[in-house]
Design a protein around this ligand. Structure first.
Ligand code: NDP
Length: 443
């Protein structure tokens, strides 16, 4: 058995019943096999054994009071996975599905994504099995304050800097930041995704969605193609989905769908993005409302958003939302490119189909790295006590996404599989972390 297979076998045995973490471990370890064959020093120094084991995994009680005065108890998590190249960095997810497996898969992926940005940030992730849907502002604040009352002792501007993810946007970051400040009496950059009013970066809300489209645009450009005139299917209707859609429209493409956990909309004429942004960001409403605004649009509670004919698909909701059947439909309808805005939205079987059919496939750890990249720029601005303009941040984001494009295509080519950008992303992300681990000795 190869070294990476043996490490994988032990890791899977050590984390039983953790489906998402196992999926992420398997994908990365399989991709890294040729690298370990070429570099025996990695196995000698047990780099893979160390990589698959989080440096620290925290799980804690989050008690809070609802509007009826009843006490509720949720479970909070933070995984501090790898600090070889910098302080732990990665978002917080508030969603009822959150568990140890999901947090570990996200934290593990984050190591390689953060490495690809070229910035000094290690991998971490956190969250809680709390459902923000239907909660009042006061309940959200009560939960966020309680969450931070435990988390504050584990984070710091040079230790661990969380951000947002599913269910955690500007409102939640604000409540958590306020509580940190109250407990510690310090105004420091311990969270990113803050409002610009108190140390946030211009361009951070847009960064993940814009970055995704910049990367896809660069990949298309290298094939003498572009977004102009392309029909684009987007899933999700949160931060990533809506800002990705905005950039697609700006580049001349047409986004015809959005989805949430209840269903999806198909608007042949192109989504009315102003309406969707107001619905989701301001009114926190559901997509069912879209049809009353645009009666000719379709709303589906069942079926797959991937059945819509398109040139480009951007899954931007959640993990394992695009499975083999969805991939088959996209291919049958002539889709030429898939870019992952979400983390691990495509199942391994779906990815295999894309690669077999020579679909241009950009994996999340490269394609959605723009968010964490601008988060790192927010950390820099906080340390320097500076505030950069939107265009300055956006220009840096474009440069970073182009660099990522260079790195993943070069690594894929170096290992003889030029079309396999998933392989390229895993290898390019890994090499920098492995080098840093070697240089720092057995820690
Ligand atoms: P938001 O909370 O803003 O939006 C999430 C969207 O996905 C909502 O439309 C939500 O629908 C939908 N969704 C969530 N869970 C499910 C589910 N189990 N089934 C179906 N739909 C679901 O989150 P973001 O836009 O920030 O994040 C989306 C994805 O992008 C995630 O995978 C996240 O990890 C990834 N990502 C986010 C980054 C960021 O900067 N925000 C950075 C990099 C990656 P509903 O409202 O019904 O729940």
């Amino acid at each position: 058995m190869s070294y990476t297979n043996e490490v994988l076998r032990v890791a899977l045995e050590r984390n039983p019943g953790e489906a998402e973490f196992s999926q992420a471990l398997t994908e990365v370890m399989e991709a890294l096999e040729p690298v370990f064959e070429r570099h025996p020093e990695y196995a000698k120094n047990k780099i893979a054994d160390r990589l698959v084991e989080p440096e620290r995994f925290l799980m804690f009680r989050v008690p809070w009071t609802d509007d009826k005065g009843d006490i509720q108890v949720n479970r909070g998590f933070r995984v501090q996975f790898n600090s070889a190249i910098g302080p732990y960095k990665g978002g917080l997810r508030f969603h009822p599905s959150v568990n140890a497996s999901i947090i570990k898969f996200l934290g593990f992926e984050q190591i390689f994504k953060n490495s690809l940005t070229g910035l000094p940030i290690g991998g971490g992730k956190g969250g809680a099995d709390f459902d923000p849907k239907g909660k009042s502002d006061r309940e959200i604040m009560s939960f966020c304050q309680s969450f931070m009352t435990e988390l504050y002792r584990h984070i710091g501007p040079d230790t661990d800097v969380p951000a947002g993810d599913i269910g955690v946007g500007g409102r939640e970051i604000g409540y958590m930041y306020g509580q940190y400040k109250r407990i510690t009496n310090q105004c420091v950059g311990i969270l990113t995704g803050k409002d610009v009013a108190y140390g946030g970066s211009l361009g951070r809300p847009q960064a993940t969605g814009y970055g995704l489209v910049y990367l896809m645009d660069e990949l298309l450009r290298r094939r003498d193609d572009s977004f102009a005139g392309k029909t684009v299917v987007v899933s999700g209707s949160g931060n990533v989905a809506l800002y990705a859609s905005q950039k697609v429209f700006e580049l001349g493409g047409k986004v015809v769908s959005l989805s949430d956990s209840d269903g999806w909309i198909y608007d042949k004429e192109g989504i009315d993005l102003d309406f969707a942004m107001d619905l989701k960001f301001v009114r926190r409403g559901r997509l069912t409302e879209y049809k009353s605004h645009r009666p000719d649009a379709e709303y589906h509670a069942d079926g797959l958003v991937w059945s819509i004919p398109c040139d480009i698909a951007l899954p931007c909701a959640t993990q394992n939302e695009l499975l083999k059947d969805g991939a088959g439909l996209l291919i049958k309808n002539g889709c030429l490119a898939v870019g992952e805005g979400a983390n691990m939205p495509c199942s391994p079987e779906a990815v295999e189909l894309f690669l077999e059919n020579k679909i241009m496939y950009a994996p999340g750890k490269a394609a959605n790295a723009g968010g964490v990249a601008v988060s790192a720029l927010e950390m820099t601005q906080n340390s320097m006590r500076q505030c950069w303009s939107f265009s300055e941040v956006d220009a840096k984001l474009q440069t970073i996404m182009c660099n990522i494009c260079d790195q993943i295509t070069a690594a894929a080519a170096e290992y003889g599989q030029a079309h396999n950008l998933a392989l390229g992303a895993n290898i390019a992300g890994f090499v920098r972390v492995a080098q840093a681990m070697l240089l720092q000795g057995a820690v």
